[in-house]
Each structure stands twice: as C-alpha cells, then as structure tokens.
Design a protein around this ligand. Structure first.
Ligand code: AP5
Length: 220
C-alpha cells in the first residue's frame, strides 16, 4: 500500500522538519508547496512573480493555482508509491480537491502537529534559513549545514508577517482539523517537544493509521 500522508499544522509547527525526515526514512518524496513556491519565486516564473507578493504579506496563493500545482506533482511517477505533503491542503476547498485527486488511489493519512502559539512565534522569530538552498539552519549553525550558504531570516518570518500568517492559519487552515478529524485516518500529535520526540510520535501515529487501514471498515 502507498503511504499517502498529509502533515498538517500551523506555521512553525515543524511540518517541514518532520515531513523531510519521514519521507527520507520511507524513500518517498516530501512535497512542500511552500518550497515549490519559493523555487518558482527564485526562478522568476510567472507563478513565482505572482506568488512573491502574496507570500510576503503572509496570505495564501489562490486555490486554483495550488490545486493545479499539487495535481501535477502527485501525477509524477515518483509519487505513486507514496508521498508526504507539507503545506497542502491549506483550505477546505484544497482538501476537497485533494479528495477528488486521490479517489482512485490508496487512502490519505493525516497527522496534525499541535503546538501552542507562543512557541510558534518563538520558533519563527528566531529561525534562520540558507539564502542559497532555503534549508532551515540548526541552532548554533553559522553557515548552511547542507551547502555552506549564508544564513538569513526568511522574508515572511518578520514579526508583522508572522502575525498575519497565524491569523490566516486560524481563519482558513484550522478548519481542516475538523474536516479530517471525523475520519479514522486522522491523528493529532504533540509538537511541543524536542524534534526526535515529535518524530517518534509521528512514526507511531503513521504505523497505527496504516494498521487501521488494514482493518475492514477503516477506510474513509
Ligand atoms: P510554507 O513554507 O508552507 O510555510 P508555513 O506553513 O508557514 O510553514 P513553515 O515552513 O514556516 O513551518 P513548518 O511547520 O514547516 O516548520 P519547520 O519544520 O520549518 O508556506 C509559505 C507560504 O507559501 C504561505 O504563507 C503561503 O503564502 C504560501 N503557500 C504554501 N502552501 C500554500 C497552499 N497550499 N495554499 C496557498 N498558499 C500556500 O520549523 C520551523 C522552525 O522551528 C525551524 O527553525 C525548525 O528548526 C524549528 N523546529 C521544528 N521543530 C521543532 C521542535 N520540535 N522544537 C524546536 N524547534 C523546532
């Protein structure tokens, strides 16, 4: 069975950190819509030019653009054995479209990472990323651990934009938890613990969900 996993959570919950680790462990792609958009911005494509201003305000790129982007990415051969989605869906309209895209595929598993807002603000306001490859820096790094690039603040991690991203999350993305919570393929985990502890809980939640799907009647 393909492992088709959505990692949900507010900005700074650790979606990217955990999605990357799980994807590497399982040998499937991590598909981050934030990363895809930042690559488009850097490449100067039409999508990137339009997304740049929206992202710098902390708002959401349109559902149409995002749904088309994810549909194309999920149709690529490397995503057929499974994927870890980070940053999508972000609205109920995106979630409904994803259900349509997944109709002929193995069930979606959904894990929500819960973190109190004060901790989200702390993480985002202190985060440094590589100005070249975009990777998050680890605490204490002076250059990028991946490519030795210079570390900078992510443009949307400034105080005002973080506040707007959290407001947008509460208004447009938090309803996704209610959308998915009613399914037997949903779990919440505590993201307010060290990275390794979150990962252990994520891996355990995924194992429990996969075991649940093997039980008749558990498919959504
Ligand atoms: P995106 O890049 O998805 O940003 P985000 O959701 O705000 O997520 P972040 O990357 O800030 O946080 P994260 O949860 O991945 O945490 P991370 O692991 O990095 O989207 C950016 C923008 O693109 C959006 O605002 C929007 O404009 C647009 N966009 C993207 N997808 C879209 C969509 N589907 N529809 C419309 N628009 C879309 O960790 C954060 C920090 O915390 C790091 O420094 C990390 O080292 C640290 N950290 C992680 N885990 C822990 C831990 N357990 N303890 C302590 N520190 C930790």
């Amino acid at each position: 069975m393909a492992l088709n996993l959505i990692v949900l959570g507010p900005p700074g919950a650790g979606k990217g950190t955990q999605a990357e680790r799980l994807a590497r462990l399982r040998g499937i792609p991590k598909i981050s819509t934030g990363d895809i958009l930042r690559e488009a911005v850097q490449a100067g494509t039409e999508t990137g030019r339009q997304a740049k201003a929206i992202m710098s305000r902390g708002e959401l790129v349109s559902d149409d653009v995002m749904i088309r982007m994810v549909q194309e990415r999920l149709d690529r051969a490397d995503a057929l054995p499974g994927f870890v989605l980070d940053g999508f869906p972000r609205t109920v309209a995106q979630a409904a479209a994803l259900d349509g895209i997944m109709r002929e595929r193995d069930p979606l598993l959904v894990v929500d990472i819960e973190v109190p807002e004060a901790e989200l603000v702390r993480r985002l306001s202190t985060r440094l990323v590589c100005g070249d490859c975009g990777a998050n820096a680890a605490g204490g790094d002076t250059v990028c651990g991946r490519c030795k690039g210079q570390l900078v603040q992510r443009p949307d991690d400034s105080d005002g934009v973080v506040r707007e991203r959290l407001t947008v999350y509460r208004r447009q993305s938090a309803p996704l938890v209610a959308y998915y919570r009613v399914r037997p393929t949903f779990r919440s985990i505590n993201g307010a613990q060290p990275v390794d502890g979150v990962f252990d809980d994520l891996a355990a939640a995924v194992d429990a969900l996969v075991a649940g799907i093997a039980t008749p009647g558990a498919r959504p």
